[in-house]
Design a binder for this molecule. Structure first.
Ligand SMILES: Cc1cc2nc3c(=O)[nH]c(=O)nc-3n(C[C@H](O)[C@H](O)[C@H](O)COP(=O)(O)OP(=O)(O)OC[C@H]3O[C@@H](n4cnc5c(N)ncnc54)[C@H](O)[C@@H]3O)c2cc1C
Length: 324
């Protein structure tokens, strides 16, 4: 339990979509809590907004939020390399740093991404955008078990901004866990004018073929088991949320999932700090468990207007970061 003399300390590993949203919800729920963020970059990058930048709705630079501007969160700039336990508290260490320990440890390091294209960092996204501008035809080709999200949104955005270009998505192969998502996305894509088929035609002069990279569980999370309702792991007071957690739960690693998990984990940690026991309630981002989340996501994907709802999320995000 939290007391006035002993403020709870929560260490968050990874300042991406899941980590940032977790911190925001936690600070809303608990007034006196010390939050430490372990993140190797000096900024938060609003990855989900990259398609908006491709679509011309925001500048790429507007997706970068310096962590030095955060007032309520202490940023430690290093990459966590290992977990440990010191005096009964969960801790992380870097290659040379640490241990950094807390009453709670929330792991949100995203997924490891493997491939020849990068559209989840500022420089990677800019490089791909330059290639898109000079190509006449852009094809996104998926032939990995767990594709990195965002390729459909990028395809929609490119087609909206450059209607004269031919844009297509080809799902040659992916995990069956993706089928429900890819089906609804395929019908949305067709509405926007993005062609969807299985095998791509052979590459021709002037075409850009983007081989969608694979997402894998982060090494920090490799040996952890995750409870599908609170996202606490088999190590007490250690939570795993975001892309790596979703992959472990056989769910697609998407940002909506990160928001859902961050909301639930923040409630779990906050209620334990304030009341001494874990209590979570379902809210508007997701559902009670992975099946209800899957249903919610299918509905969301069927009804959402991609770039417009992303714009709303971006405006919300700016407010969230300003309050941290
Ligand atoms: C272009 C694009 C568009 C997308 N659009 C959508 C969309 O419209 N809807 C949707 O639902 N999803 C979308 N996604 C997917 C979504 O962005 C991800 O699911 C989401 O970012 C996952 O959040 P995360 O916090 O788990 O990981 P990330 O956002 O990847 O953040 C991980 C963070 O952890 C840090 N980190 C890594 N290793 C360590 C370490 N060892 N120690 C400490 N920190 C570490 C990283 O630097 C990073 O800041 C999109 C993805 C991309 C690439």
């Amino acid at each position: 339990m939290q007391s006035t003399l002993n403020v709870a300390r929560v260490v968050v590993v990874g300042g991406g979509i899941a980590g940032v949203y977790f911190i925001s919800r936690l600070l809303e729920l608990v007034k006196d809590v010390e939050v430490v963020l372990v993140e190797p970059e000096d900024h938060h990058f609003f990855v989900v907004g990259v398609p908006m930048a491709f679509g011309g709705l925001v500048d790429f630079q507007e997706l970068v939020f310096p962590l030095a501007a955060l007032r309520r969160v202490r940023h430690l700039k290093f990459g966590a390399a290992a977990l440990s336990q010191e005096k009964d508290r969960p801790c992380v260490r870097g290659a040379r740093e640490g241990p950094v320990c807390g009453d709670y440890l929330v792991l949100a390091p995203g997924a490891v991404k493997l491939g020849s294209v990068n559209y989840w960092t500022l420089n990677g996204a800019l490089e791909l955008y330059r290639k898109v501008v000079s190509a006449k035809v852009i094809r996104f080709i998926v032939s990995v078990f767990t594709p990195v999200g965002g390729f459909q949104e990028l395809a929609y955005a490119i087609k909206s901004r450059f209607p004269e270009k031919e844009v297509s998505v080809h799902v040659v192969y992916a995990s069956p866990d993706y089928d429900f998502l890819l089906d609804v996305q395929a019908s949305k894509a067709r509405e926007i004018g993005v062609e969807v088929s299985r095998d791509p035609p052979e590459w021709r002069q002037g075409e850009l073929h983007v081989s969608v990279p694979a997402a894998r569980v982060h090494p920090l999370a490799a040996n952890l088991e995750v409870a599908p309702t609170t996202f606490e792991t088999d190590i007490e007071r250690v939570y795993l949320i975001g892309d790596s957690s979703l992959i472990k739960l056989d769910l697609p690693p998407v940002g909506w999932g990160a928001l859902w998990q961050a909301t639930i984990a923040a409630q779990a940690v906050a209620s334990e700090i304030l009341k001494g026991y874990v209590e979570v309630e379902v809210d508007h981002w997701g559902g009670r468990d992975k099946d209800s989340f899957r249903n919610w996501l299918t509905y969301r994907m069927t009804t959402g207007t991609p770039l417009v709802h992303l714009r709303g999320l971006y405006d919300l995000w700016k407010r969230i970061i300003k309050n941290l």
